[in-house]
Design a protein around this ligand. Structure first.
Ligand code: DWN
Length: 397
């Protein structure tokens, strides 16, 4: 039974960066109501009414996984680690983005699944790529083309984006070898609750998984969790290790501990989410109060990182160009555009981080360490960052 516990209001597609803000463009901007619910049976946290993926994953998909040094290194390390542990002969990635993970393997041993054609075009030059959505039909096609059985299926920040988990996992089971392994990385629901990082909820994140909820889902498809790793990436993610029910892998102690911890923090109880919702409303009030106070003192505030996360924050808190002068972002195809829903100009940090800036909201708070290293001079000359996670505060280190 799905119970709504959080209403983040009218939201645009988090990825819908606008080329211009003329009347016609704004008239056609798509919005939807972002309501989050909790399933009291399988403990799944999801968007009440997901957006049609064909609207989201187009040939203009903005996010490039390789934009951050942190993520490039993280994918290189996990590729090495998985190869060493499982020695896969055939590797497939669902949601391969710009190839940042698969690039670490021999080209002939990999298959990329990436529905966004602008990204698939990048990897088609490197290795076998299918520019399609993952489902049972594509899984059958791969088998007909003698591309199965796959020993390692990897998917980072993708499975949580796919509304039809039934198709997803049936397709995975269908192509996975008997002792094959699926490794899925997605934001940790426990970390979202602990960090009050409500900005992990946006149209692409149809689900924010907990260990207990994903365990309940995959069991229906003859799969089981056997291991887990807690990651610092994206503000706190889990790396789930999954195999076929009859697979040779024994459940690890750290998996048992992870499940116990989630039960301890009551991720199986609706009360936990109702309390979270109250904290989110307070966070909104405190962020707005802080920013408005700084504006009355004629302070110049910008935002650092045109993230999908900050789309949720700005539209929920009604933060627009009256408060934020502009947003900086290193992604070339975001520069010169405007933020979804709030229409704040996006420019390069080479131009935007200058001596006139007093405060920078951390839109990419999940890369705080990398950003603070990069913007040491901004801090030394008295610039300050503003964060909203885990609490609204001004940061100087
Ligand atoms: O799940 C998803 C995550 C992995 O990536 C996707 N659905 C969409 C996207 O969400 P996001 O935009 O919130 O992710 P990031 O990786 O937090 O975005 C970081 C943004 O900040 C990028 O646009 C690059 C930019 N950036 C920057 O301007 N300067 C990043 C760093 C580290 C910097 O120094």
């Amino acid at each position: 039974m799905n119970k709504v516990f959080l209403n983040l209001g009218k939201q645009p597609l988090a990825n819908s960066f606008l080329k211009n803000v003329d009347k016609n463009t704004l008239r056609n901007e798509f919005f939807y109501n972002l309501k989050i619910c909790f399933n009291t049976k399988n403990y799944l946290v999801s968007i009440k009414k997901p957006v049609n993926p064909k609207k989201q994953y187009t040939d203009k998909y903005a996010h490039r996984a390789s934009e951050s040094k942190t993520m490039k290194l993280a994918f290189k390390n996990i590729a090495k680690k998985l190869f060493k542990r499982f020695r896969p002969k055939k590797i497939m990635e669902i949601g391969s983005n710009d190839g940042v993970f698969l690039k670490n393997f021999k080209k002939k041993s990999v298959i990329a699944i990436e529905p966004c054609k602008n990204l698939a075009k990048i990897t088609k030059r490197l290795f076998r790529t299918y520019d399609k959505f993952w489902n049972l039909k594509l899984s059958d096609k791969l088998i007909k083309e003698k591309r199965g059985e796959i020993d390692l299926i990897f998917s980072a920040n993708t499975i949580s984006h796919i509304p039809d988990l039934k198709e997803t996992f049936r397709g995975i089971y269908n192509i996975l070898s008997k002792d094959g392994v699926i490794v899925i990385e997605d934001p940790s629901l426990l970390k979202v609750i602990q960090n009050n990082s409500y900005d992990q909820f946006y149209d692409e994140h149809v689900y924010v998984f907990s260990t207990i909820s994903i365990n309940n889902i995959i069991r229906e498809f003859g799969l089981r969790l056997f291991d887990i790793e807690h990651l610092s990436t994206h503000g706190g993610s889990n790396r789930y290790y999954i195999c076929k029910e009859e697979g040779k892998y024994k459940n690890t102690l750290r998996l048992k501990k992870a499940i116990k911890k989630e039960i301890y923090f009551k991720l199986h109880k609706i009360e936990t989410y109702l309390k979270f919702s109250k904290r989110v409303n307070l966070s909104k009030k405190r962020l707005l109060t802080l920013m408005k106070r700084l504006k009355t003192k004629n302070k110049k505030i910008i935002s650092y990182g045109a993230t999908y996360k900050s789309t949720t924050v700005f539209n929920y808190c009604k933060i627009n160009s009256k408060i934020i002068d502009y947003v900086t972002d290193t992604t070339l195809n975001k520069q010169g555009k405007f933020t979804p829903g709030t229409h704040i100009k996006i420019i390069s940090p080479n131009v935007g981080i200058n001596n006139q800036v007093d405060y920078a909201f951390l839109g990419a708070w999940n890369f705080k360490k990398e950003i603070f290293r990069k913007e040491r001079n901004f801090l030394v000359r008295g610039g300050r960052f503003i964060t909203h996670v885990p609490k609204v505060k001004i940061l100087n280190k």
